[in-house]
Design a protein around this ligand. Sequence first.
Ligand SMILES: Nc1nc2c(ncn2[C@@H]2O[C@H](COP(=O)(O)OP(=O)(O)OP(=O)(O)O)[C@@H](O)[C@H]2O)c(=O)[nH]1
Ligand SMILES: [Zn+2]
Length: 361
Amino acid sequence: MTDTMFEVTFNYPQLQSIGLNQTVVNQLYSNPVNEPAALLRVTEIQRDCLTVHDGADEHSARVLPRLADTLHARATALAVGDWVIVQTNALGERWVAQLLPPTKHLARRANDGRRQPLASNVDTALLVMGLDLDFNPRRLERYVAFTRAAGITAVAVLTKADISPDAADKLAELQERLPADIPVLALNGLDDATGQLLAPWLGAGQTLVLLGSSGAGKSTLTNTLSHATGQATGAVRSGDGRGRHTTTARSLHRLPTGACIIDTPGLRTWRPDTDEAGINAGFDDIDQLAAHCRFRDCQHQDEPDCAVRDAVAPDRLRNYHKLLREARRGQQTALERKTETARWKAIGKAGAARAREKRGS
Ligand SMILES: Nc1nc2c(ncn2[C@@H]2O[C@H](COP(=O)(O)OP(=O)(O)OP(=O)(O)O)[C@@H](O)[C@H]2O)c(=O)[nH]1
Ligand SMILES: [Zn+2]
């Protein structure tokens, strides 16, 4: 089986500039490929084709129906940042034949239970929030919970420090509120010095994703980082006359430091693809305090002797409960809901009446 892997050609130094690293190469060697093909990275997804990059140039490609079926059956899809195996046919058309399973992966749950991947193979999420009217600790907490649940390093980036008179207070407030191991930075996204501040997360082969609401300063940050740190480079994707309206706004940019950055549109309606354990990971102070509640199954609502309620700020606790409810709802897939409905229908009238009572509670 091993000899078939040599069918995949890849130029390591060239692909490194688009984020190839050792972990991905390991993936490549554990996913045998049977036909001559190339390793490329997905930098943009359009409605019926996608853009892939070989570290030097970008190309348009389409997904082989076989792979599309497989992904559909697994209730997932390709995302920006994915590494894919691409075949080129006699006509010079590129077809994506295989997906290397992404190591880290940000996804949301659609209402039908399907996963909508936002970005793949991400090392660090920059949680971008303006110190102006955009400032909202709850929203940031929400982003922290999602990224941590995905095993991705979270860094809180507070922009517009230069125009916010109370920047220091807000910075202190967040440092106090968020888990201790999350760096919180206040900066001016327009200032070249920002590149230096973020340098620890921008090393070669690193992939970052920007999360934050519209106007938070994500594009500004991407621009500054693209220019401030050295030679002029910037977007992987250059104007090519394709209609902008057919693309999602999600795309991957290269930084001069050798890192890649994935910009996302504002994620107002982002429902987490995570479970209770994931939410708890983002609120580890609550998790630890819960050991001191009187009841082992304390929900930290109105139980007596609740250690959490005594110590955690009410607003943070409310946000925690809200995210937990969402995660529980998300855990129930469409199929489970269907099965459940069918089961309820099958039981007799009396049972159904009882069930209605139960669900109505
Ligand atoms: N003074 C100052 N202005 C900033 C800073 N960051 C962003 N801005 C300004 O805020 C506005 C919005 O910034 P964008 O970078 O477009 O915001 P975005 O997050 O990309 O927004 P979407 O593209 O809608 O998702 C622009 O006018 C920026 O110039 C900052 O740190 N300081
Ligand atoms: Zn409690």
